[in-house]
Design a protein around this ligand. Structure first.
Ligand code: A3P
Length: 318
């Protein structure tokens, strides 16, 4: 099996070398694959491997997002909801394990490089994440009937978050980061990791309208403004509703506190170390606020982004 997968990677590299390319936000090679941009040193081989080799189960839970849309928060919330019967507050894995290790990413971790991790042996219900756009999801996921939670965020804040995140990544520390004007130009042309972001959100939004029992679609802003009610809705969607007793004993509030950015960013495990050899763990926890774009984008830049958002995703971020 490992040999077979190693052969696949050779094939992926050959395909990737023929795809349209461009220099990305930190000078890295980016390729256009099935209508979306990928950082090749980071994601694309893994995406192809997931497409070819991942076998979804009907009781899998998939957490999906475009990068910098609230993935880390969603991972910790869903992990805490699903595992709440197993741990007490003081022994909780989220206190000692980064959320990205509690809920691994299919293409960036499990299927990234040979030998592929054997995800088939993991017990149900498995919880994975991915950034793969809807139109590139493998049939195995589409037809499995598994539950999908999708989080998205105002593209203006995604742009700012991504700019800060990439500026902290290892290869870019030698190069000066691109200015906000430069990243704005790239972002609005759709050139960002797994971008165009508007097409990413649109794919899942449409699917969630067609199949609401399979998709839980939420914005970062809605989760932030009404966390309590949405964590309860999320638990119901995952078929793990909070009981009256749990609610009376503040189980929902405890999960919200455990998963808050203030709690997570102070933990040793989230303060040190590198993820995927490039990204310092602390780069995943910055401000966690709505509207930081106001401190960085001119009104004209914001208006240009809003224009695309209103055209492609009307009503979603109102
Ligand atoms: P900012 O850069 O705007 O602060 P992702 O997890 O998809 O990579 O997104 C990262 C963004 O989510 C960052 O936004 C980060 O600060 C924020 N974030 C991380 N953990 C969070 C949490 N527990 N609650 C709310 N926001 C969080």
């Amino acid at each position: 099996r490992i040999k077979m997968v190693e052969k696949s990677y050779q094939r992926y590299r050959e395909i990737i070398s023929t795809l349209p390319n461009i220099n990305g936000w930190i000078g890295e090679d980016m390729r256009l694959y099935e209508g979306f941009w990928y950082r090749t040193n980071h994601a694309l081989e893994g995406v192809m491997c997931v497409q070819e080799h991942f076998k979804a189960r009907s009781d899998d839970i998939l957490l999906i997002s475009a990068p910098k849309s609230g993935t880390t928060w969603l991972k910790s919330l869903v992990f805490a909801i699903m595992k709440r019967a197993c741990y007490t507050n003081s022994t909780h894995p989220l206190l000692t394990t980064n959320p990205h290790d509690c809920v691994p990413c299919l293409e960036l971790k499990l299927f990234k490089r040979s030998p592929v991790a054997d995800v088939d042996d993991l017990p149900s219900p498995r919880i994975f994440s991915t950034h793969i756009p809807y139109t590139s999801l493998p049939e195995s996921i589409l037809y499995s009937g598994c539950k999908i939670v999708y989080i998205c965020r105002d593209p203006k804040d995604v742009l700012i978050s991504l700019r800060y995140f990439l500026a902290k990544s290892k290869p870019s520390t030698e190069l000066p980061p691109l200015s906000f004007e430069e990243v704005f130009e790239l972002f609005t042309k759709g050139i960002s990791s797994y971008g165009p972001i508007w097409d990413h959100v649109q794919g899942y939004h449409k699917a969630s309208l067609e199949c609401p029992h399979r998709f839980f679609f939420i914005t970062y802003e809605e989760m932030k403004r009404h966390t309590l009610v949405n964590v309860k809705r999320l638990a119901e969607f995952l078929e793990q509703p909070f009981s009256m007793v749990e609610e009376r004993e503040y189980a929902v509030e405890e999960i919200i506190n455990l998963c808050s950015i203030d709690t997570l960013k102070k933990l040793e495990v989230n303060k040190s170390g590198l993820r995927n050899s490039y990204f310092p763990n602390d780069a995943f926890f910055r401000k966690g606020e709505i509207g930081d774009w106001r401190n960085h984008l001119t009104p004209q830049m914001a208006e240009s982004i809003d224009q695309i958002t209103n055209e492609k995703l009307p009503g979603i971020f109102d």
